[in-house]
Design a protein around this ligand. Structure first.
Ligand code: AMP
Length: 417
């Protein structure tokens, strides 16, 4: 049998894992400042959860879900995104009974059957947050402020926000705009791509974010949705923009930004970076006040975002790792093992050569390992019951009694020094 990794998946290790961990740690740190708590939902759910919530006419549900059948023939889907799962959890777990508003964040793998390319995978990772119970524009602003703080914490300067409002379902709001949009697009139907000709009937808003050049040319002069939404939605959007301005949040308005999913209302936003190439969206989100209703539950105002961890990891410049830990060199396996154990139990990352190669080779490995200290147990040291401790940052070498090594290392590393 020839083993092969599944298309669109990859193993994460080395620098990439370090970048993932760094981003995850910073997200935990920043999100908790805003009162978010972590939620972990199952990796798969009943397919209908996504079919109803995300929407039948979206790419995700239409063609990108990984489906499984359980032994009783029920259709299950590997989660393609997590908002639907978190909302399901809020409903099935009655989370809103304990508080009027709740904030959750999550991180983990998602699955979409997409054509893999740079920055696009079939198993990819997201960090996201969902805020339930509050409908005022301050909560939309808070989410964007939290994102800005997160990007600052991970030292990402190349990201920019784009903002739009897609209104609500009231007849005089989005539905009325859709009508004018369809009228506008129908006049130029012959210039639309095949997909968008179909979307004219099924989901005309999606024509606005089509990436085909001919469609981009058509929609350039399309009516702007944020100028046609109802009074309440318009007020919400103006308020949000003024709060963002107060806080000096930089964003651009993009009337073509609609997000692919059916459940959004009012605020939608995306985060971009020019450094990402073709797949330049680092994340996106918005308000989805009507999603609970779609699931037959009383309405709970909600909003959230998801960031693509794989893509963020491509953007961050990890600082060169500082030297850390200890490498023990020597030929006497028993003494080496004992010293290694003592160091590890004292709380130091400690490495050694399990093959006990030549001393020269062990020195080479120690140099490569980027450790702070090398402990040398040569023949002379062993005879005297001592260890040579080499500080790799200063190259100083001292001879220390074996039972005093830990104390010596501790004093060298103590912050008072
Ligand atoms: P979405 O909700 O679909 O806009 O996804 C949010 C973010 O997840 C996107 O902006 C991307 O950064 C990331 N993302 C979505 N799909 C993929 C994928 N197939 N591979 C890698 N990242 C993805």
């Amino acid at each position: 049998m020839k083993l092969k990794i599944v298309k669109g998946t990859r193993d994460l290790f080395g620098d990439e894992v370090s970048s993932f961990q760094f981003l995850e740690d910073k997200a935990r740190e920043v999100f908790s400042l805003y009162g978010y708590e972590e939620i972990r939902t199952p990796m798969f759910e009943r397919t209908e959860l996504f079919a109803h919530g995300v929407g039948q006419d979206t790419d995700i549900v239409g063609k990108e879900m990984f489906l499984l059948e359980d032994r009783r023939g029920r259709s299950m889907a590997l989660r393609p995104e997590m908002t639907a799962s978190v909302v399901r959890s809020v409903i099935t777990g009655n989370h809103m009974q304990q508080a009027k508003h709740r904030r959750f964040y999550y991180m983990g793998p998602m699955f979409r059957y997409e054509q893999p390319q740079k920055g696009r995978f079939r198993q990819f990772y997201q960090i996201g947050a969902e805020y339930f119970g509050v409908s005022t524009p301050d909560s939309d602003a808070e989410l964007l402020l939290m994102l800005r703080q997160f990007f600052k914490a991970v030292n990402l300067k190349t990201v920019s926000f784009q903002l739009n409002s897609i209104g609500c379902q009231k007849p005089e709001c989005r539905p009325s705009f859709k009508k004018s949009l369809v009228e506008f697009l129908t006049q130029q139907k012959e210039h639309l791509c095949e997909n968008c000709t179909r979307r004219l009937d099924t989901n005309p808003l999606r024509v606005l974010d089509c990436k085909e050049e001919s469609c981009i040319a058509v929609t350039k002069d399309a009516p702007k949705i944020y100028e046609h939404i109802c009074e309440e939605c318009s007020h919400h959007f103006t308020e949000l923009r003024s709060i963002l301005d107060d806080h000096g949040v930089v964003y651009t308005l993009n009337h073509k930004l609609v997000r692919g999913l059916d459940y959004y209302s009012r605020t939608v936003f995306e985060v971009y970076s020019e450094n990402l190439g073709a797949q330049n969206a680092a994340g996106g989100g918005g308000r989805y006040d009507s999603l609970f209703e779609i699931y037959g539950s009383p309405i709970i105002p909600a909003l959230g975002f998801a960031l693509g961890l794989d893509r963020l990891a491509m953007l961050i410049d990890m600082e060169a790792q500082k030297p850390e830990g200890i490498f023990v060199i020597g030929h006497d396996r028993r003494v080496v093992n004992r010293l290694v154990s003592n160091c590890r139990e004292a709380g130091y990352k400690t490495l050694y050569d399990p093959f006990q190669s030549s001393m020269k080779s062990q020195f080479r490995q120690a140099n490569k390992a980027n450790v702070y200290h090398v402990l040398i147990l040569g023949d002379d040291e062993l005879k005297e019951g001592k260890v040579s401790v080499k500080n790799m940052t200063t190259s100083d070498q001292t001879s220390v009694a074996i039972d005093q090594v830990i104390g010596h290392i501790k004093s060298e590393l103590s912050p008072e020094k």
